[in-house]
Ligand binder design. Structure first.
Ligand SMILES: NC(=O)c1ccc[n+]([C@@H]2O[C@H](COP(=O)([O-])OP(=O)(O)OC[C@H]3O[C@@H](n4cnc5c(N)ncnc54)[C@H](OP(=O)(O)O)[C@@H]3O)[C@@H](O)[C@H]2O)c1
Length: 346
């Protein structure tokens, strides 16, 4: 029977993927890479059929050996800074002597689509089929490999109940003591629910399993290859202007005491970066900016850019988002994030 190796299975996205794998394919052997034993114990308690293996993408050896054994490798952990381990995993999946080349799916991000962080609404919509040649030729030094959109909350993950972006919004608002937007905040970015994203993973897993079980090349139900260099998928439910997003976040942040004012201040992305960096310390407008490749800059820029995408590839394969809008979840996200933040700090 084919087997799956899942990296990032404790995460927000990977947790949703694991949840669906266990529901849809309860007999499919799944081994999850976990970074420490307490997390492994909690994961096995929730999913007794799953196997766990301890390891880290920054060292790579376990990742290589498990990828060699698996037929399908799903990476829902960060792609950036882990290229050597990911390359080694890929190499091990196509070694001579394997009965069949393995299947690999990975989450990335869409920062290669970012425009200037001005809060302006004028932006191109990128299509993962029509624009694929252009997308594949983006500057390889941009932050991510090719990828999908921001991810919305729902918490199959035990360890990461809210999107990884929530912390930066809360920290920045906390430091401004109010809502904030970059200039007019009309820039839009795309959101997808992690459960809908997991459904896209399952669609690919099912295609791989059919191929592995029949010993036939993967089916092409929509007339294009689901695998290979250009097999790259956007997933999005909706595009939300940042000013609307922050208008939804302000009431729960105010109610929870994160911010003292319900105002929304208009700032530059540089100030957002400085504030994001300063955290609860007093904001110094002359503070040196953090390095350009830092998380604070990545997030601060992200708050002012457009990131608009069309998921043509998944749509043609019959994928349709079914989960609720990000706006319907904001009241829940803040208390959940604050409880998680408190648990981590203490
Ligand atoms: N969420 C978003 O809004 C968003 C948007 C665009 C792109 N993405 C991409 O999607 C990926 C997954 O997002 P997410 O929201 O699920 O992130 P997440 O909740 O932070 O989960 C990350 C997962 O990766 C694991 N991980 C982190 N560093 C690792 C390492 N060095 N070795 C092995 N495992 C490691 C984490 O393990 P621990 O539990 O031990 O921490 C966790 O299981 C992101 O990394 C990013 O590339 C996410």
């Amino acid at each position: 029977m084919p087997s799956v190796f899942l990296i990032g299975g404790t995460g927000h996205v990977g947790g949703a993927v694991l949840d669906q794998l266990q529901t849809e394919h309860p007999d499919l052997p799944v081994t999850v890479l976990v970074r420490d034993e307490p997390k492994a114990t909690r994961l096995r308690a929730k999913y007794p059929r799953a196997q766990t293996v301890l390891g880290d993408l920054s060292t790579g050896d376990v990742v290589t050996s498990e990828s060699r054994r698996a037929d399908i490798v799903l990476n829902c952990a960060p792609d950036i800074t882990h290229e050597p381990a990911i390359k080694a995993a890929l190499d091990s999946m196509s070694e001579p002597g394997r009965k069949q080349k393995g299947f690999f799916v990975q989450t990335t991000g869409t920062s290669d689509l970012y425009d200037e962080p001005t809060g302006s609404p004028d932006a191109r919509v990128w299509d993962d089929m029509d624009d694929i040649k252009e997308i594949m030729n983006f500057d390889p030094n941009l932050t991510h490999e090719k990828g999908q959109s921001h991810l919305e909350r729902r918490d199959p993950s035990i360890e990461h109940p809210v999107p990884l972006t929530t912390g930066a919004f809360v920290t920045t608002a906390r430091a401004f003591n109010s809502g904030f937007k970059i200039n007019t905040g009309e820039n839009q970015f795309g959101w997808v629910h992690c459960v809908d994203l997991a459904r896209a993973f399952l669609l690919l897993v099912d295609n791989a399993l059919d191929s592995l079980n029949s010993n036939q090349p993967p089916a092409e139900p929509a007339g294009f290859p689901l695998w290979g260099r250009e097999a790259y998928y956007y997933a999005v439910l909706e595009h939300v202007a940042f000013r609307d997003f922050i208008a939804g976040l302000v009431p729960p942040m105010h109610k929870a005491g994160v911010i003292g004012s319900i105002d929304v201040v208009s700032v530059s992305s540089k100030d957002a970066a400085r504030v994001c960096l300063a955290g609860t310390q007093e904001f110094n407008p002359d503070m040196k900016l953090p390095p350009l490749d830092s998380w604070q800059i990545h997030m601060a820029v992200g708050m002012g850019v457009n990131m608009r995408i069309r998921p043509s590839r998944l749509t043609k394969l019959g994928w349709k988002p079914r989960e609720v809008s990000i706006m319907a979840t904001l009241d829940d996200i803040i208390p959940l994030y604050l409880a998680w933040e408190k648990a981590l700090s203490g």
